[in-house]
Design a protein. Structure first.
Length: 442
C-alpha cells in the first residue's frame, strides 16, 4: 500500500523477527492525541513492552504535529498519510491500518491498539482492530456530554440580576445535569463507536465509569485511572522556564488576560453562536482587557465566511491588549502562557482538563460539556453561546475568581503508570479481546 510510509524499510520483517507476541500500538493523529498518548507510549517503552507509534497523518503541519513530536522526542514507526473529507479520512484509516494489522497478524502478532478519546482516529482505528479480532485499549474512555437542565433558558444572563455565584453552585450539583446531547459533533459519535471495539476502558474519572456501566460495558474492564494529560501538563510545567513565548509576546508575561479558543464545528458553522462568542471577545478587547485568541482552521473559516477577517486583524493592530495568533507548535509554550492566564474561554475539551490541573478558571463556550466533572468540581462554568453580553459577564465573573482557582484537581497524577498497571493486570489473566467463555470465567 504505497500511501503508507514507514520509518524502517524492513518494518514487517523487523516485527516478525521479534520474540514478543503482543504488540502495543499507540495511535496518534491530532495535537491532543500526541499530548495524551506520548506519555502512555513512553511508559510502555520503560517497561520493556514491544510498542509501536502509529500516526494517521490527520494533523500533518508543523504547528499541529511535527513541532510537538520533536519537542517530545518521538518519531512514528509508520504514517498512514490520510487526507480528504471526513468520510474519506475514516475509510482511509480503516483500510490502511487494517492492512498493517493484517500483515502483523500473519506474522503471529496480537496487536493491542491504544486509541484516544473521541477522535476520528479512535473511532476508525478501533474499527480496523476489531475487524481482525484485536480489541483496543481506550484511553480517555467514557466521555459523554451532559447539559445543565436550564441551559436553554438563559435569558437572565444578560441581566444584572443573573446570579453568577448561584449558577456556579447549580453546575456543581450532579442532579442538575442531563444526558442525551450529540454535541460535540462528530466527537460524541466517535467515542461511542470506539467503546464498542474496546476491551479495556481507561476512564479519567468516576463519572465516566458511571456512563460506561450504564451502557452495559463490563465492570472488570473499566479502570478509573485519571487523564494522561496530567502527566504531559505537569512535565511541561517543569520546563516552563525554558519557554520563549514571553519574548515573542511580552504582554502575556504580565498575566491578567483571557485565552479564547473557538474551533468546534457547531460553534464555527453557526452564525449566531460564533457571533455571540466573537461579540463577547470584541467587547472585552475594546474595554482594554487582555485577550489572547488562538485561531484554528475552523476559526479562520468562520472569520472569512462572516466577513470578519479584516475587522479582527484591525482589532489586533489597534489594541495592544489583543494578541491574535495561530496555534503554537510547542506544548511548553501553551502551558507556560496558561500558567499566567486569569481565565480560559474555550470550546475545547482538553483545555477544560488542563485548566483544572493548572488551577485556572475555565469558561466553556457550549450548551453542555463532555468534561462536566470540571464544572462539578467548581472550576468551570458553562456559557451557552447565545448572547454576547451573557458570555462576557460569565468571563468577567470567572476572571481570577479565587473560589474557582481552589477547585480540586480531578485528573490525577502518574496517570500513565496507573493506566499501564491496569493493562498489565488484565494481560496477566488473558487477552484484551476475550471470548464469551473467558468473560463468563469458563
Amino acid at each position: 500500500m504505497k500511501e503508507v510510509t514507514f520509518r524502517s524499510p524492513t518494518f514487517f520483517d523487523d516485527m516478525g523477527s521479534r520474540k514478543e507476541r503482543r504488540v502495543h500500538l499507540i495511535m496518534i493523529a491530532t495535537k491532543p492525541d500526541i499530548i495524551k498518548q506520548v506519555p502512555m507510549y513512553k511508559e510502555l517503552q520503560k517497561r520493556g513492552h514491544l510498542v509501536l507509534l502509529g500516526h494517521t497523518g490527520q494533523h500533518y503541519s508543523d504547528n499541529l504535529s511535527g513541532g510537538m513530536l520533536k519537542e517530545f522526542g518521538v518519531e512514528p514507526d509508520f504514517n498512514l498519510n490520510v487526507r480528504g473529507s471526513m468520510y474519506e479520512v475514516v475509510s482511509q484509516i480503516i483500510g490502511r491500518l487494517g492492512w498493517i494489522l493484517g500483515e502483523l497478524k500473519e506474522r503471529g502478532k496480537t496487536v493491542i491498539p491504544y486509541v484516544h478519546g473521541d477522535t476520528t482516529t479512535a473511532m476508525a482505528a478501533s474499527n480496523a482492530g476489531f475487524c481482525h479480532g484485536f480489541a483496543s485499549v481506550h484511553v480517555e474512555a467514557g466521555i459523554r456530554t451532559l447539559t445543565p437542565r436550564y441551559a436553554s433558558d438563559f435569558s437572565l444572563q444578560t441581566s444584572a440580576a443573573w446570579d453568577m455565584a448561584g449558577w456556579r453552585q447549580y453546575l456543581m450539583d450532579r442532579k442538575n445535569w442531563e444526558r442525551g446531547s450529540l454535541e460535540p459533533y462528530p466527537e460524541q459519535f466517535n467515542t461511542r463507536c470506539s467503546e464498542a471495539g474496546t476491551g479495556i476502558h481507561l476512564a479519567p474519572v468516576e463519572l465516566d465509569r458511571e456512563f460506561l456501566l450504564s451502557e452495559g460495558f463490563p465492570e472488570d474492564r473499566i479502570g478509573v485511572v485519571g487523564n494522561s494529560v496530567a502527566d504531559a501538563t505537569m512535565e511541561a510545567v517543569s520546563r516552563a522556564g525554558d519557554s520563549e513565548i514571553f519574548s515573542r509576546y511580552p504582554r502575556l508575561a504580565e498575566g491578567n488576560f483571557v485565552r479564547f479558543c473557538i474551533h468546534r464545528r457547531e460553534n464555527c458553522a453557526s452564525d449566531k453562536r460564533f457571533l455571540a462568542i466573537y461579540g463577547a471577545m470584541k467587547s472585552l478587547i475594546e474595554e482594554g482587557r487582555g485577550v489572547l485568541l488562538i485561531s484554528l482552521f475552523q476559526t479562520e473559516a468562520a472569520f472569512l465566511r462572516l466577513g470578519l477577517k479584516a475587522e479582527v486583524e484591525d482589532l489586533a493592530e489597534k489594541h495592544k491588549n489583543f494578541i491574535y495568533s495561530p496555534v503554537w507548535p510547542q506544548y511548553v509554550d501553551v502551558i507556560a502562557a496558561m500558567c499566567k492566564a486569569s481565565v480560559c474561554a474555550t470550546d475545547s475539551g482538553s483545555m477544560q482538563e488542563e485548566m483544572n490541573i493548572l488551577d485556572v478558571p475555565c469558561v466553556t463556550l457550549r450548551f453542555g460539556s463532555d468534561r462536566s466533572e470540571a464544572a462539578m468540581a467548581g472550576g468551570n462554568l458553562i456559557a451557552p453561546p447565545v448572547d454576547a453580553t451573557g458570555i462576557k459577564r460569565i468571563v468577567e465573573y470567572a476572571w481570577d475568581n479565587a473560589e474557582m482557582r481552589k477547585a480540586t484537581n480531578i485528573y490525577g497524577k502518574d496517570v500513565s503508570k496507573r493506566s499501564i498497571d491496569y493493562v498489565d493486570k488484565v494481560l496477566k489473566k488473558g487477552e484484551v479481546f476475550r471470548d464469551e467463555g473467558a468473560r463468563l470465567g469458563i
